[in-house]
Unconditional design. Structure first.
Length: 304
């Protein structure tokens, strides 16, 4: 991902998690890109046709609140990012307004923080997860981490995963860290696929399948012009990739999410969403709309 000319929109609720999102958004935009911030307020007034004077007074109060919030957001973003940013204050449902603003502003990437609740598994508070699911551009879920184990890219050996791999290579170069590209081979998934009668069972043992996956991954990287350490992992894709990210101490995982809207997005993007939810580091989701062409390669398991 190149920072030149990049339009980066960061969502902030003025929390510590959002401050981390602002820091990473500013770094991603760089000096040549454009940075904007969006804050979403709940609907401040209920319009009453019976009491127009009250409505008029509420509208004035609403304008004052919006102006004060805009000032607070601008000041906080400038202090954290070290630069000014265009500021938007919206009203409505948080994730929907963030997605709407991202589309209207023609954002290249939306950055949102991830909240961690004490005593509970890592969750996205509903907002970040829904933002990732609904925006039509790239989405970065930003988490603070001390890891400098580089960037980990998920690759399912399909053509659709190439944009995520290329974006990961660009991120690794921008950050000055190593790149690892990994593919997960899930043998129970393969068995299920073929037992359902969707194809002829593969005439290979597990080790041969791993070798075939490694060969295909190496070929794919060479054709894409990407230089990286290559890893073949075992197990369900999301679990295997999260474990590998922790082993590497990765600072970023990059994963593609196939599909565009509605049920297709939810179904095909499920592995990406699992990684977003479970990873300890930041996760960059690359939206892709093309599906892989090789059914057998998709059946070997891997992130979608």
């Amino acid at each position: 991902m190149q920072s030149i000319g990049m339009r980066v929109l960061v969502a902030t609720d003025l929390s510590a998690a959002a401050d981390e999102a602002v820091r990473q958004a500013a770094a991603m935009a760089g000096t040549a890109g454009t940075l904007a911030a969006v804050h979403v307020l709940p609907v401040l007034q209920a319009v009453s046709m019976l009491f127009p004077q009250t409505h008029e007074r509420e509208a004035l109060d609403e304008a004052q609140v919006t102006a004060r919030v805009a000032d607070a957001v601008s000041e906080r973003v400038a202090r954290i990012a070290g630069r000014d940013a265009e500021t938007f204050v919206e009203q409505g449902i948080d994730y929907a307004e963030i997605a709407r603003r991202a589309e209207a502003w023609k954002a290249d990437v939306v950055v949102v923080g991830s909240h961690v609740h004490s005593g509970l598994p890592r969750v996205l508070g509903g907002v970040a997860e829904r933002v990732v699911r609904h925006v039509h551009c790239r989405a970065l879920v930003a988490r603070a981490t001390t890891g400098r184990g580089g960037v980990l890219a998920a690759n399912d050996l399909s053509e659709a995963s190439l944009p995520a791999t290329v974006a990961a290579a660009e991120e690794a170069r921008r950050r000055g860290v190593a790149l690892t590209v990994a593919h997960a081979v899930d043998f129970p998934q393969i068995e299920t696929f073929f037992l359902l009668g969707l194809a002829t069972p593969p005439p290979m043992d597990p080790e041969s399948l791993r070798d075939a996956a490694r060969y295909r991954l190496t070929t794919t990287m060479r054709e894409a012009g990407v230089s990286a350490k290559e890893e073949i992992l075992d197990g369900p894709a999301a679990d295997a990739l999260v474990r590998e990210a922790e082993r590497l101490g990765a600072e970023l995982v990059v994963v593609g999410s196939h599909g565009s809207t509605g049920f297709e997005r939810l179904l095909l993007g499920s592995v990406a969403e699992e990684i977003v939810r479970a990873a300890a580091c930041s996760v960059l989701v690359i939206r892709t709309n093309t599906s892989g062409s090789a059914t057998l390669r998709r059946a070997t398991g891997g992130p979608t």
